[in-house]
Structure formats: C-alpha cells, structure tokens
Design a protein. Sequence first.
Length: 214
Amino acid sequence: MFEQQLLIGSVFLGGLVSFFSPCIFPIVPIYLGILSKGKRTVINTFLFILGLSLTFVSLGFGFGFLGKIFFSDTVRIVAGIIVIILGIHQMGILKFKQLEKTKLVAFNTAGKSSSLEALLLGLTFSLGWTPCVGPILTSVLALSGDKGSAVYGGMMMFIYVLGLATPFVLFSFFSNELLKRTKSLNKHLDKFKIIGGVLIILMGILLIANRFHF
C-alpha cells in the first residue's frame, strides 16, 4: 500500500513540479491570455487539459506497450541509471544543453473558435515543452514501461497530467490574484528544480530496486 501511494504521489508531484519549471511558469500569463479568449477561460482551460491528456496518455500507452516487448531487468536497471543522471541534471549539477531548449509551438487558428484553439494548444503543448520537462517526463515514461502494460503506462501518464494540469485549473479560476504573485514565485523556481531533481533520483533508485508495485 505504501509503495502504491509513493508511486502515485511521486508521479503527481512530478507533474506539479513540471508546471513550475523555469521554462513553463514564467510564460503562464501568455497561455492564460490565449485561454481567456472569448471570455471562456474555464472551459478553454479544460479543453486545453483534454488536449494535454490525449497527447501524454497516448505516450504512456505507447511506452507501456513497448515495455511489454523490450523491458527486462537489464533494461530496467539501465533506465533507472539514466533517470538518476537526469535527476542530477535537473538539480543543476550536470548540464545537458539539449534539455534546456524549448519553444512555443505555433499553429494557425485564424477563423477558428477559441475552444478549438485551446484544444489544439493542449495537443501541441508537449511538442514544445518536452525537452524542457524531459528529465521528469522521461522518469515517468520509464515507470510507464516498467510493467509492460499499455493500460498501466496510460494511467501513469494520466496521473502526471493531473499534477501538471492542477495549477492551470487554479490559475484559470483565480488568475487575477495568482498572476500578481508570479513575480515573487519566479524567485523560487530554482528550488522547484532541486525538488524535481530529488524526486527524479528517487524514482530512478526505486526503479533500479524494482520497488514500484501497483
């Protein structure tokens, strides 16, 4: 039971920490500006999350299916070591330049409704941000493939999306109050990176030890 709670909590926190990464959090106002078009902020936010879920959960299904084919004790240990290295990178001890790059994904929504734009933004979100949140995302994907089950993999990514989406929902409901505090929170983003790094290293250790059971 404890290991199940640890697994779910770690993956959820991984999504939460991803939101507060230095390449996502500072431009949250830009995303909220897009999602607030047509004064449908809450509806557009949930459509954005739906797009996120479709993309990330599909990744989880894919890794879970591939895990059934390729995952073994050796692969699990290697994956755990890679995850630990990514955790060290997240903490800033090691630097991999490719994991520092990110960009907004542009798409043409001229003439389209704000709701469709929100859904497309969610679907394409991962394409621009995957390199930035790569260490945490890779850790969760490694866990997704650990059991060799597509359903299990999809479930792990859904929990990750819940963590990532929760702040978006809060900001959509309380945007005026919370946006005033973004500047003060920006000062603490490095701390969130360190927390994320510790979390990733923990995932890597438990993956190597095969201590995740669900």
